[in-house]
Design a protein around this ligand. Structure first.
Ligand SMILES: [Zn+2]
Length: 370
């Protein structure tokens, strides 16, 4: 007997002992699933029905815990009957099925991470760095320099006297700063694969490439300006702050995504790949101007440097274009000795981030002020 109001669905019944399908109609009445066939009636309590997962396509099969099952090849008809019978899907299932919901969740996650990185993490990272002993910076710096020396840098070809002259020029400039306002530092020179560049490691070791010294014609004022900028990164402990920020963000993403291995694997290359925030660069530029002014050097020297770096990059682009047109391979022919575009990958290095209009104007304005 079918009751009149409850929606029905045509399905097949299997009793679980033989493979024979019986045509039946299904109805939900109260807390019972009624299965009607020809000369056959079955009433199964709903709690003893294992309802099918609602996948998008395919056969719908409901198993009875005490044996037997019903199935329906028309998924849409089943779903329609199921929901009209008051068996709406749980909220989670509904959401999982909606690609819109999936997209929205993914977007929300990205926005959350961006927001934390933009506003929450920098603040948190500052706090973490403030309570971290300076010895941690030094240790990180040592480890990084060892790795850099092994993979990227060669010993400098600058004469020892020349190195000493540049070191003294910078020491003199820094010496004009109020006592205690300058972190401890050391300056090393290296021949590099990253072209004319300079960077500071956590702990105060600053690395300057021979190529940068050559690019500025060994001008100690310009070199002092670059080093003063790098010393700003050291003073504000930007290296450690960035590591804290990037690893914390990675950790958060890992918690959400459930994969920690990527975070751990990433730590050694972070210093190479990440770059300082614009705020950090601004702070370093301000420090540079402070030192230059204390030393009586015009901040305009920095603009000269920006121009030289830009001109060099332009030349390289032109050369690369010519080589491409004539189809020539690199002439020195030693693989491993040449790495095109080397200067762009070391994110924390001076020449790796572009000198935009804002930075140029900052140094021009500083030079114009008395
Ligand atoms: Zn910088």
């Amino acid at each position: 007997m079918q009751s009149s109001q409850a929606p029905t669905l045509s399905a097949s019944y299997f009793d679980g002992t033989n493979g024979r399908a019986r045509p039946v109609t299904l109805q939900v009445e109260g807390d019972q699933l009624l299965v009607h066939g020809e000369n056959f009636h079955l009433s199964v309590p709903l709690r003893k029905v294992q309802w099918p997962e609602r996948t998008r396509y395919g056969l719908r099969v409901a198993h009875f815990t005490e044996g037997g099952s019903v199935q329906c090849a028309e998924a849409a008809a089943w779903d329609d009957w199921s929901s009209r019978s008051g068996r709406g899907d749980s909220l989670v299932v509904t959401m999982q099925q909606s690609w819109r919901w999936v997209m929205a969740s993914a977007l929300a996650l990205v926005l959350l991470l961006v927001a934390i990185q933009q506003w929450g993490l920098p603040v948190a990272a500052r706090a973490v760095v403030a309570v971290t002993p300076l010895s941690v910076d030094s240790k990180l710096g040592e480890t990084s320099l060892a790795a850099i020396d092994e993979h990227l840098m060669r010993p400098s070809r600058l004469a020892a006297a020349e190195q000493a002259r540049l070191r003294e020029a910078f020491a003199k400039a820094v010496g004009a700063m109020p006592a205690g306002s300058v972190p401890s530092w050391q300056l090393v020179f290296r021949r590099s694969r990253i072209g004319p560049n300079a960077f500071a490691l956590p702990g105060g070791t600053m690395v300057m490439t021979d190529e940068l010294v050559e690019l500025v014609g060994r001008d100690d004022k310009v070199i002092t300006a670059v080093l003063a900028h790098e010393l700003g990164h050291v003073r504000h402990r930007h290296g450690l702050r960035m590591l804290v920020q990037v690893t914390a963000l990675g950790g958060l993403a890992a918690m959400v995504v459930g994969d920690f291995s990527t975070v751990l694997a990433g730590v050694p290359v972070l210093l190479g790949q990440a770059s300082y925030s614009r705020d950090a660069e601004r702070e370093a530029d301000q420090e540079s101007v402070r030192i230059l002014k204390a030393a009586g050097i015009s901040p305009a020297v920095m603009v000269t440097l920006f121009e030289r770096i830009a001109a060099k990059k332009n030349d390289e682009k032109k050369d690369a274009g010519k080589a491409g047109q004539s189809g020539r391979a690199s002439e020195d022919g030693k693989p491993g000795e040449t790495l095109p575009d080397q200067d762009s990958w070391l994110g924390i290095a001076f020449a790796s981030h572009p000198a935009d209009v804002e930075r140029v104007r900052f140094f021009m304005d500083a030079a114009a002020e008395r």
